[in-house]
Design a protein around this ligand. Structure first.
Ligand SMILES: *Cc1c(COP(=O)(O)O)cnc(C)c1O
Length: 356
């Protein structure tokens, strides 16, 4: 028997969340973003829940090939483009759409021998300052791309840095419109935060990721209350031991937590080698036997410890939810100083995952 730790992927929640993305951006086509092995959910496991999308966005050529093997014949977008001339052969073979963000990529396309034209998304750097051409250089890049024999349709793309925060997207929209003015072609701008909170950015294609997995782009659970988004992953385990400690006893490595009264402590089969964040401090929420309680003491490699005071009947074998259907991943992430994105992507290889 494996340890009682596992993750469950909720296919119906993925389908529900995709439908919600459509409800928010009813006039746009959707690139369902499944990079990083579908944000840790597993590409093959996420695919059935997301197959009503218009296209899939990802980074890795192997993941693109895997989607084709799963039977996906529709568009697949390489969000970072390609890195070597040989990548273009794979793009050609699997009929992928690719981002193009720099002259080096254009040069590789100019040199490539293709069996048919490939569609590209020409990326503008409208203020994120990571990938893309500045608004000033965009038209020249577009003209160069248009002149490449092997390039088919050109979509204009940019990415927002602050769609989930107070700065917003107005400055980037303005830069994008300035750089793209008078250039024909579909537009693709919005990540999840812009799908939810900036309808003016929806345009032709949207690119939701995190919302499909039922977490908040801002990392704050309350920000997606009322959207109808549902957690697509539940990370669960069981108590494998219970300790009753006296006042003054400490728990775990470094004795970081000391009981100030007699208490029962549950030991959960889950640690940082499973993808639970080691930095999660005392107080991080955990659900035991359906009751919300908290982490006490340091997270170790294979175990973590929880306060059983609010759940006196819990014992060995009691069900523990680390995050998921009843405990928003963003609540755990924010306690640990991070976002749901990082936690879901970090589920370790040794954790058995199944879809339901
Ligand atoms: C990851 C990514 C997205 C999705 O972002 P979310 O915040 O998860 O919705 C969209 N576009 C690009 C270019 C990305 O890299």
């Amino acid at each position: 028997m494996p340890r009682p730790l596992s993750a469950t992927i909720h296919t119906a929640a993925l389908a529900n969340n995709l439908a919600i993305a459509r409800k928010y951006a009813p006039k746009s086509k959707i690139w369902a973003v499944v990079k990083a092995n579908a944000y840790g959910h597993g590409l093959a496991r996420a695919f059935p829940g997301l197959r009503a999308t218009d296209g899939f966005g990802l980074l890795d050529l192997e993941e693109a090939a895997k989607l084709r093997e799963l039977g996906w014949a529709g568009p697949i977008l390489l969000l970072e483009g390609f890195f070597r001339p040989t990548d273009i052969d794979v793009i050609d073979r699997y009929s992928l759409t690719t981002a193009v963000h720099c002259d080096e990529q254009l040069r590789m396309l100019e040199m490539a021998r293709l069996s048919k034209p490939i569609n590209i998304q020409l990326k503008m750097n409208s203020g994120m300052n990571r990938l893309g051409y500045t608004p000033e250089k965009f038209r020249a890049a577009w003209e160069r791309a248009r002149a490449v024999q092997g390039v088919g349709q050109i979509t204009l793309m940019t990415h927002f840095s602050d769609a989930d925060g107070p700065r917003g997207i107005a400055h980037q929209l303005e830069a994008f419109e300035r750089g793209a003015e008078g250039i024909a072609g579909a537009r693709s701008l919005a990540n999840s935060a812009a799908v939810l909170w900036h309808p003016d950015a929806h345009v032709d294609w949207v690119r939701p990721g995190i919302m499909l997995y039922g977490a908040s782009p801002s990392g704050v659970t309350a920000d997606i209350a009322g959207t109808g988004l549902k957690p697509a992953m539940t990370f669960q385990s069981e108590l494998i031991a219970v300790q009753t400690v006296d006042a003054g006893s400490s728990i775990g490595y470094g004795s970081t937590y000391t009981a100030n009264a007699p208490m029962r402590v549950g030991v959960v089969a889950c640690g940082y080698a499973d993808g639970y964040p080691r930095v999660a401090p005392e107080g991080t929420p955990v659900i035991v036997d359906g009751v919300r309680t908290k982490l006490v003491g340091r997270v170790s490699m294979d175990m973590l410890t929880v306060d059983l005071t609010p759940c006196p009947s819990a014992g060995i074998g009691s069900r523990v939810e680390l995050w998921g259907a009843n405990l928003p991943i963003d609540d755990v992430a924010s306690a640990a100083g991070t976002v749901g994105y990082e936690l879901m992507c970090a589920i370790a290889q040794r954790v058995p995952v199944r879809a339901e």
